[in-house]
Design a protein around this ligand. Sequence first.
Ligand SMILES: [Zn+2]
Length: 437
Amino acid sequence: MFDLLVTNATLPDGRTGIDIGVSGGRIAACGAGIAAQAAASAEVIDAAGQLVTPPFVDAHFHMDAVLSYGLPRINESGTLLEGIALWGELKPTLVQDAIISRAMTYCDWAVANGLLAIRTHVDTCDPRLLAVEALLEVKRKVAPYLDLQLVAFPQDGILRYDPRADDPACTDTAFDLLKKALDLGVDVVGGIPHFEQTMQSGTESVRLLCEEAARRSLRVDMHCDETDDPMSRHIETLAFETRRLGLQGRVNGSHLTSMHSMDNYYVSKLIPLIAQAGVSAVANPLINITIQGRHDTYPKRRGMTRVPELLAAGITVAFGHDCVMDPWYGLGSGDMLEVAHMGLHVAQMTSRVAMKQCFDAVTAAPAAIMGLDGYGLEPGCRADFVLLQAAEPVEAIRLRAARLAVVRRGRVVATSEPRVSRLRLAGRPDAVRLTRQ
Ligand SMILES: [Zn+2]
């Protein structure tokens, strides 16, 4: 007797005709022929041969800025730097209730899209730590249905930002504020070395932040080299510090866009160093393709990091959403299949194997980067999964497939109607689903 039984599912690894039995919020059985042997289950979902996947995961997001598009004005140049300046204008006007309300709305969108785990950066360059407290509250509120992991992110640089600029009475340094955020319960140490004032202070910031993470046994996730400047090489330092401090497997480099513009010879040295250090990478295709290359005339660089080459070296690579309707990006809806779709195009990952890797980049890979416990469809895993209106992962990306059912801990938390259009054409079928079958 299961609490929930899913019949006739196709799994991301290609297995078909699979039944999934759920008991006590965990997967109790997963394989062929389980439904035939099972006694009556409390709830049954007929997958009808469609794809059941572990939930989507976003390993790089900014939930303190989400849905603030147009406040107080729109980013006209479209650059990272105008986005940071605009956020700086918005920050003093922020109130906690509004941050919480916008974040809660986005979490609703996420659940509707089968996105059940998000690592979000939260800006610590604020003497009030307003966004930190707001997102800690959001984390508590959504915990029953969404895993939120917070990264202490010093948006204006731990060595560059002086809190007295915002509050002359503040006696904390930017680094102190970041440590206070960690004391309050923020999970991961962030950083932004390429935004520090010099290459040297960027290097220094990586060292200080990695040492702090080692002291606290925390994970690290830095915005690293988010620039078209091929000389921005902080990922090299991040890999070095990871090995020096024994942080292998717990450190992630986000963006790494300068790698797009680096000299090939240097990259041939760099990628093995990243692999040896067990550092993972998150590219953010929607944002990288719109923010990078803004100083170019033509040809314009794509500005996304070298995803196929990193994967070939055995490095875990995820695709993140990064922004939804905020000072940096005016679009987005929390749909990780849209992220995978863009990543596939920008990286030209068009082989069958590479397209499947793009699906993994918004599911299994970010789950590994976040260190999610019990992620997957094997017996014993948490009963979190999504039924898609697609036959397999590549079709899911192609169609940004409808999420027919989203299950969290064995309970259906969201449903969508199948996408069907009705034709009124003589001699042609009356229903069109855009799927192959
Ligand atoms: Zn970011």
